[in-house]
Design a protein around this ligand. Structure first.
Ligand code: C2E
Ligand code: CA
Ligand code: CA
Ligand code: CA
Length: 281
């Protein structure tokens, strides 16, 4: 028993060591990635539920590491980038890149005078005193009005540091920049606490949406969330719609916008542009 116990200990140590090395490697690879511009952006359309028209899009970061040609998913590298603080640089790059792209598309596609783009903001970025001026500067640099850029902040980030974030959300609102609460339903806020947050958009997490056609409890929850949000003058987005059954269920509820693989997958800029062009003809 003793030896097997020690054996287990050794295996455990080795695994921890490998994880630590992997982590360190990722940290330095991420630092290089910023310098070497290894990031790009994909855009996922956000669709008006009633009309099927394009409303705007969500920008999502992608990282193709220089050491291989594999795409590393954001769920893997964002937490590391947050811990090292590199997320601030990635976030600033995203802001500038997305504003530049949005400005170009708004000129190129005047048939969408209200076209907007949302960008995900990490809780670490929210802690930076320079976030607001970085946003205002990026908008000014690309001659964009504030209502065409929306920020997505997760429910758990907002809940994590409410006393700091609520005044920031109020400042953003005063600047005309709308904020969406992302992944709603996965954090710890109660439905009743929603009224305390100065947010304009509520994105219902896909874990609810994806069970909506299978389980009555889920559709009852989503219906309740949507009704409350509408009463609080928020726009409601149902994200992660993958099946026609899910879409049909959502269409019976009061959701303004839909997003998901069924409607459109996230696409690199060039592909998004040809998608926009195809919709013209
Ligand atoms: P999120 O903000 O909730 O973004 C939605 C995620 O769901 C995206 O994954 C998107 O590709 C995926 N998705 C869209 N439609 C569907 C669907 O129908 N089914 C399923 N299963 N998935 C769908 P992605 O791009 O891998 O991003 C994962 C998360 O990483 C994001 O979740 C967000 O929290 C974070 N993230 C992505 N880009 C950025 C960024 O630029 N900055 C920051 N801070 N975080 C980012
Ligand atoms: Ca998001
Ligand atoms: Ca989300
Ligand atoms: Ca998510």
């Amino acid at each position: 028993a003793k030896s097997s116990g020690r054996g287990r200990h050794v295996v455990f140590d080795r695994k921890m060591h490998e994880q630590a090395v992997g982590r360190l490697e990722m940290e330095s690879a991420l630092a290089r990635a910023v310098v070497n511009r290894e990031f790009h952006v994909v855009y996922q359309p956000v669709i008006v539920t009633e009309s099927g028209e394009l409303a705007g899009m969500e920008a999502l970061v992608r990282w193709r590491s220089g050491t291989g040609d594999a795409l590393i998913p954001p769920d893997e590298f964002i937490p590391v980038a947050e811990e090292t603080g590199i997320i601030v640089e990635i976030g600033n790059w995203m802001l500038d890149h997305v504003c530049q792209q949005l400005a170009a598309w708004r000129k190129q596609f005047p048939e969408y005078p209200d076209l907007w783009c949302s960008i995900n903001i990490s809780k670490i970025q929210c802690e930076q005193p320079g976030l607001l001026s970085a946003i205002v500067d990026a908008l000014a640099r690309h001659h964009l009005q504030s209502h065409v850029l929306k920020l997505e902040i997760t429910e758990s980030a907002i809940m994590h540091d409410m006393n700091r974030i609520i005044p920031m959300l109020e400042e953003l609102r005063a600047l005309g920049i709308q904020v969406a609460m992302d992944d709603f339903g996965t954090g710890y806020s109660s439905l009743a606490s929603l009224r305390r947050f100065p947010i304009d958009i509520l994105k219902i997490d896909r874990s609810f949406v994806q069970n909506i056609d299978r389980c009555r409890t889920y559709s009852a929850i989503v219906a309740a969330i949507a009704t409350l949000a509408q009463n609080l003058n928020m726009a409601v987005v149902a994200e992660g719609i993958e099946t026609t059954g899910q879409l049909a269920q959502i269409q019976t509820l009061d959701c303004d916008y839909v997003q998901g693989y069924l409607l459109c997958k996230p696409m690199p800029g060039e592909q998004f542009e040809s998608w926009l062009r195809e919709r013209r003809s």
